[in-house]
Design a protein around this ligand. Structure first.
Ligand SMILES: [Fe+2]
Ligand SMILES: [Fe+2]
Length: 275
């Protein structure tokens, strides 16, 4: 059954609207709900925070099959049709997770002490992630494929689940490690796609990169805000949380220009990647 976008005239809270996104299993339904929530918040039609209402896991379609990251096949060369499909499928899966991660921040950490701008930021970001997913599905379709055709890994949601107890830890890991990693790897993918004559795909990734810089910047804005409220120095708090709450490694090379535009400085990246 197609998902119904939230009725903007109904008095729903942003956590209700976020919960509707998280509970929708069908990807395009999730996209529509995310975009409707983003529009309603931007237009001032949703103004209430509401109560925390996050499910333990967001609803997902029956396909793709989700596998542990170690059971994923190695990606093929991006030059072949199969390689291109595998690349776009992996990126679309990341963006579908990103929709849920943005709305999970809203629904899980609903707190009247947080400024409304926190909710407005993540509703807008969630709607942008929905556009990214749609654009990548468009690239899959251009190659005769669809989201769900290949297995996908569950690593992103696992990293999020490990920080479900604490907003500061969630911000430290999800926007400031995982999304920031996207800033490092995307320019190489753009170059490869362009080299293979896939200008449309390169243009999609360029747009995504530009918006992701702003997502990471929002991560810093709110990380600093919460750290200050707890009386913590942001740089030290972030390094400590990355070491204690993130199991992976932060590896160079870093896209220093994009990271600096998003609020990092060179030392911060090094600080978190030190043993
Ligand atoms: Fe995205
Ligand atoms: Fe993002």
């Amino acid at each position: 059954m197609p998902a119904t976008p939230p009725n903007p005239t109904a008095a729903i809270s942003v956590t209700d609207a976020a919960r509707a996104v998280l509970d929708c299993p069908e990807p395009m339904g999730k996209v529509r709900l995310a975009q409707a929530c983003g529009r309603s918040v931007a237009a001032g039609m949703i103004t209430e925070i509401g109560l925390p209402a996050a499910p333990s896991r967001p609803a997902r379609p029956t396909r793709p099959e989700l596998r542990a990251p170690k059971h994923m096949a190695r990606r093929r060369a991006a030059g072949s049709r199969a390689g291109r499909i595998a690349l776009y499928h992996a990126l679309a899966h990341i963006e579908l997770n990103a929709i849920d991660l943005a709305f999970d921040l809203i629904a899980r950490f609903a707190d009247p002490a947080l400024p409304w701008a926190f909710y407005a930021d993540w509703a807008r970001i969630g709607a942008e992630e929905a556009c990214h997913f749609e654009l990548l599905c468009g690239r899959l379709k251009a190659f005769g494929a669809d989201y769900g055709d290949l297995p996908a890994h569950d690593g992103l949601w696992q990293a999020a689940a490990e920080t479900a107890d604490d907003l500061l830890a969630r911000l430290a890991v999800v926007p400031l490690v995982l999304e920031a990693r996207g800033l490092d790897v995307t320019p190489g993918l753009i170059t490869r796609l362009r080299g293979h004559g896939d200008g449309q795909g390169a243009a999609v990734l360029e747009l995504i990169l530009e918006e992701e810089i702003r997502h990471v910047a929002a991560g810093w804005r709110w990380f600093r805000w919460v750290a200050k409220r707890r009386g913590l120095e942001a740089k030290t708090a972030w390094a400590r949380l990355v070491h204690t709450r993130y199991k992976g490694k932060i590896k160079p090379p870093f896209n220093q220009a994009a990271r600096v535009a998003a609020g990092f400085d060179a030392q911060w990246s090094v600080l978190a990647s030190a043993p």
